[in-house]
Design a protein around this ligand. Structure first.
Ligand code: ADP
Length: 150
């Protein structure tokens, strides 16, 4: 069974995330959307809200599981018997950042990361931009799945 973990904060999930997930789905029997919990990080949306948005967005997709985890992402992958990690690349900064993490994860565990380059027209979308627009009362709905509301 081909299983991958897509780890992230999903604060909140955006149409950038859904783009990567939908394109990766044909390659795997199961994709686990895994929210890493980091108690020292401040989030706009609670863990329950972020979990709820992911579950609602993919409620009709039987190949998707939504979970949370603590600790190292590769340790979580092992507990789930997932052989691959998924990440998205929007730009050169993402590549530099993700390269170091991907290489380290591989060294630690032999688990490889599969990178998807964002679809054209979606690279401007990020959870950070969505949160900024929300904070300033702007319209953010064109960047997120319908269920995301603040
Ligand atoms: P993290 O805090 O772990 O970076 P995020 O939820 O911000 O979590 O991102 C999770 C993954 O989704 C990352 O690989 C990120 O590069 C990718 N991603 C986010 N937005 C986009 C986008 N617009 N296009 C492609 N990938 C994206």
């Amino acid at each position: 069974m081909r299983k991958a973990v897509f780890p992230g904060s999903f604060d909140p999930i955006t149409l950038g995330h859904t783009d990567i997930i939908e394109r990766a789905l044909p390659l795997f029997d199961e994709i686990i959307l895994a929210i890493g919990t980091n108690s020292s990080k401040k989030y706009m949306f609670s863990l329950e809200e972020r979990l709820g948005f992911l579950k609602e967005t993919f409620k009709k997709e039987p190949k998707i599981e939504v979970m949370t985890y603590k600790g190292l992402t590769v340790d979580f992958c092992k507990t789930q018997q997932a052989g691959f990690l998924l990440r998205g690349l929007r730009n050169a900064q993402d590549l530099e950042f993700e390269k170091a993490i991907g290489q380290t994860n591989y060294k630690m565990s032999g688990i490889d990361t599969l990178f998807f380059i964002t679809s054209s027209g979606k690279s401007h979308i990020s959870s950070t931009v969505v949160r900024d627009v929300i904070k300033h009362g702007g319209d953010y709905h064109f960047m997120v799945p319908d269920c995301v509301k603040k």
